[in-house]
Write a protein that binds this ligand. Sequence first.
Ligand code: 13P
Ligand code: SF4
Length: 312
Amino acid sequence: MTVYELQEKILKLKKETNTAILAHSYQAREIVEIADYTGDSYKLSVDASKTDAENILFCGVHFMAETAKMLSPEKRVFLANKDAGCPMAEQMDKELISQLREKDPDRTVVAYINTTASLKTVCDVCVTSSSALRIVKALDTDKILFIPDCNLGSWVKKQVPEKDIQLLHGGCPTHAAVTVAEVKKAKEQHPDALFLVHPECVPAVTELADYVGSTSGIMDFARKSDHKEFIIGTETSIAEHLQYECPEKKFYPVTKNIVCRNMKLTTLPDVYNALVGIKDNVQNYNSLEIIMEDELIAKARKCIDEMIRLGG
Ligand code: 13P
Ligand code: SF4
């Protein structure tokens, strides 16, 4: 069967089962093409809360599907590949954060959305890469503990020096692996290109950027820019999608190694099989239905609601 034939079957099944497909922009082109909603983690969490579909099928990583479930508990939410987790989301321990809160109760705990629902229960407000700066500025407190990504946290801290922002040692292994040497090499190879980078990269790398932003931020910047060449400092899919959308411009991944293995676990057959599972009401071997206790949803959702209240 060709990719196109499989996509046609998916579109048909999607309608039959009243399912909305949400795909993070790090997914492969063939998945993005059959999705109802695509974008960064903030946009997808809002899209999930607005869709009228009965079922949500998430092509991304576990914490994203969990966020969708928390925002739409009445819907059935499925992750297309059950093994797709985000290593950063699992990095911090709920007990450690609870202890830190007890020691310093005046400090507001700001959690990157790349955290488990369980960890969110001991945090005050969530942020995404597109909203972190805005939300930290908007908080009516100066004492903040920012978890888990110390690179995103450092980037925010640098721009809000008036606030006392504490960081812990966590982060994205994919983005943190990008080196200054790789950036310099890419700049030498493409001297006319602008360097657009995700704030999950280390400070020495973001300092070399012409623009720092979320996946959607990077894509919007490149689409609107009059510039013709861009070095992309985030997952290689973003350079691929942009190249497809803007064939008159040139996009170069900063290094070919900037691939999120977890995001890339989901395949088009996974999407098809997950929809067959929804149709037949059987657990598909590769997908996962997100089941969460009401109490966990109620406790963890507070910091997501706070993020939305503060304007995402
Ligand atoms: P965005 O919020 O930019 O989508 O980032 C999510 C993510 O996991 C980046 O690695
Ligand atoms: Fe997690 Fe990094 Fe992959 Fe994003 S790129 S999903 S932060 S491991």
